[in-house]
Design a binder for this molecule. Structure first.
Ligand code: FES
Length: 160
């Protein structure tokens, strides 16, 4: 037969265990289950190559899946694509290699210009002038049918 005192002791122990489990289980899952911050490592559909003009850099909107721990979301961003031919397309990261500002294509000057600290890049992404330490970073690309796919971003070396 359980006394009132024993019942209270066991109740306190049981409730304490439940409270500890409520804190410990999520913490253990966070520590043990792989996840962490990462962006979608897969390939991203960048649209039809038929819409890209040949020889002129074009800003292209893409949607990338982003995985942040257990939360998955889709974000829209842009990249710069240069179609040299139907089988050769170069795609640049939208961020300047100096401090990551957005740059734009100046058709009149035939250069990419970064207004933050006045870095200038050629159509091929090489540094023409300014403080940028290296050429524009490029995405790995592949063409399937008339679709352009973007893979991982590769950092370029040197000035150009
Ligand atoms: S961020 Fe582009 S020049 Fe500084």
């Amino acid at each position: 037969m359980m006394t009132r005192r024993k019942f209270q002791e066991w109740s306190v122990i049981l409730l304490g265990g439940i409270a500890q489990a409520a804190v410990a289980v999520p913490a253990l899952i966070y520590l043990l289950v792989p996840g962490g911050k990462k962006t979608g490592g897969g390939w991203t559909d960048a649209g039809s190559i038929a819409t890209l003009p040949t020889g002129r850099p074009t800003e292209v909107a893409i949607q990338q899946e982003r995985q942040d721990a257990w939360k998955s979301s889709v974000e829209t961003t842009t990249v710069w694509a240069l179609k040299k031919s139907d089988s050769e397309i170069v795609v640049y990261s939208p961020q300047c290699t100096h401090l990551g500002c957005g740059y734009h294509w100046e058709e009149g000057q035939q250069h990419f210009l970064c207004p933050c600290h006045e870095s200038v890049f050629s159509k091929d992404g090489a540094v023409v002038s300014g403080v940028a330490p290296r050429p524009l970073d490029r995405f790995e690309t592949r063409i399937e049918g008339d679709r352009l796919w973007l893979g991982p971003l590769a950092q370029q070396e040197g000035k150009g």
